[in-house]
Structure formats: structure tokens, C-alpha cells
Design a protein around this ligand. Structure first.
Ligand SMILES: [Zn+2]
Length: 90
């Protein structure tokens, strides 16, 4: 992923591999297993103890999956998906 959280082709391949091998549960709502992967990792945003607003794709990044059948949206931590979650150059 880049600094804005955009997932590289290699990241998308890693996510697909995780969905095929480890995170295999079907959608809890409709029972289908057909997920659309949002192509950007989503970080968190919050105020720190000094009241400074922090936001970054690298703050607890998550991968968003949308069920193509019913629209249920689920999030997994990018780290649990096997993605490298440290900032890299370029
Ligand atoms: Zn569903």
C-alpha cells in the first residue's frame, strides 16, 4: 500500500489468498462468499492526548470487503490479511 492506502497488485493478490485459505467464512447475512475488495486500505482518525487530529492510512489500516450479493460490509485488519503495514518510500 502507498501513503494514501492504495493497495498494490501484490497486496490484492495477498488479500485474495487470505480469503481463499484463512478467512473463508461466507457472508453472515446471505451465506454467499463473493466479496468485492475496496482497493484502498482505510486508516483511522482520532484526536491524540494533546488534541491534535491524527489521520493516516497507516493508523490501524483495515481492508473493506463488500458482499456482492447483499451489500454487507465487513472489515479486516490489513495486518491480519498479511499486508505489510509499515510506511514505505514510494
Ligand atoms: Zn451477503
Amino acid at each position: 500500500m502507498d501513503k494514501q492506502g492504495k493497495l498494490a497488485e501484490s497486496d490484492l493478490a495477498t488479500i485474495k489468498q487470505s480469503l481463499a485459505t484463512r478467512l473463508k467464512s461466507a457472508c453472515w447475512n446471505c451465506g454467499e462468499q463473493d466479496w468485492l475488495i475496496f482497493p484502498t486500505a482505510l486508516g483511522e482518525a482520532f484526536y491524540d492526548a494533546e488534541g491534535q487530529y491524527l489521520s493516516s492510512a497507516y493508523l490501524a489500516p483495515k481492508v473493506r470487503l463488500t458482499c456482492r450479493n447483499c451489500g454487507n460490509i465487513v472489515y479486516f485488519s490489513a495486518e491480519s490479511m498479511g499486508l505489510k503495514t509499515e510506511p514505505t518510500d514510494g
